[in-house]
Design a protein around this ligand. Structure first.
Ligand code: SF4
Ligand code: MG
Length: 301
């Protein structure tokens, strides 16, 4: 019942441009009823990984299986039957503006061959009035629209829900509510939830485990409370604003120097080394390709 992503590589190719390894060898699992938060700066490959995990992006190397069966590559119809549903960042784009939301939710019910539930039932489950089924997407606020998108995803009875920045387009007041709603609905249904966000405080609120991604790789994975209390990878520490100084004298400032390097031309050795305040010689030469913390400071002895 687990979503199992192993050594995943996803390359983007466009004519006349260098190949971009958006995901460069990432492994991650999400179990039923488990909430995994995937965090990292924009451009680190989170969305590409998510899209590959539900068959929307071709896999270059590695594998993605769900419940023991390969997920990618699948056509649209078979994808609907995988039991994986995705909620996207922009509910304005993912809902059809010309159709009543009840009809769009009914599509999901048909996918699940669910004749007992109605669109109004689904709206109620996501905290919206039942009579909203007759309305069109433009009649809703951003937060309400995202609730509709969640209702549509849930209607298909997913056993795995993937949210790709599902709250980042919402007002601050709606963000925690929508994130908590997704968590509660997924857990109640016994489904896994892979929740992608650059907002660590929300991920902390809802996730059982955190995976931190940097330039196509997962650099740290762990229990949310443990990562929060004791972030080990210097990048995780930077995201959390808590890098201890090498001399033990307090903490370094939270701001990371420089931008995320170009994924078409990643730095050699540890991909984080040009920005890492704790860089050592070995970091420039050899990439730390191990887990759960991919950093030479935490090499398993
Ligand atoms: Fe920093 Fe080296 Fe660890 Fe990379 S391997 S994060 S450069 S200390
Ligand atoms: Mg993204």
């Amino acid at each position: 019942m687990t979503l199992d992503i192993r050594d995943l590589v996803v390359e983007h190719r466009s004519p006349g441009r260098p190949v971009v390894r958006a995901v460069a060898g990432a492994s991650l699992t999400v179990s039923p009823g488990e909430v995994v938060g995937l965090v990292g700066e924009s451009g680190c490959g989170k969305s590409t990984l998510a899209r590959a995990a539900c068959g929307l992006n071709p896999v270059t190397e590695g594998s993605i299986t769900f419940e023991g069966r390969p997920v990618a590559p699948l056509g649209l119809r078979r994808r609907r039957e995988t039991g994986i549903q995705m909620v996207f960042q922009d509910p304005y784009a993912s809902l059809n503006p010309r159709r009543r939301v009840g009809d769009q939710i009914a599509d999901g019910l048909r996918t699940a061959r669910d004749t007992a539930a109605t669109p109004a039932d689904l709206l109620e489950r996501v905290g919206l009035p039942r009579d909203f089924a007759g309305r069109h997407p433009h009649e809703f606020s951003g937060g309400q629209r995202q609730r509709v998108a969640i209702a549509r995803a849930l209607a298909a009875r997913p056993r795995m829900l993937i949210g790709d920045e599902p709250i980042s387009a919402l007002d601050a007041s709606a963000q925690a509510q929508v994130a908590t709603l997704m968590r509660d609905l997924a857990v109640d249904a016994g489904a896994g939830l892979l929740f992608i966000s650059h907002d660590l405080s929300v991920v902390r609120l809802i996730a059982d485990r955190i995976a931190v991604m940097y330039l196509g790789r997962i650099v740290e994975v762990g229990d949310t409370a443990e990562v929060w209390a004791n972030p080990r990878h210097p990048y995780t520490r930077a995201l959390l604003g808590a890098i201890p100084r090498p001399d033990g004298m307090g903490v370094l400032p939270a701001e990371l120097p420089g931008d995320v390097p170009d994924p078409a031309n990643p730095p050699g050795g540890c991909r984080f080394h040009p920005r890492c305040p704790l860089v050592m010689d070995v970091c420039r030469d050899e990439e730390p390709r191990f887990g759960p913390v991919a950093c030479w400071l935490h090499e398993a002895k």
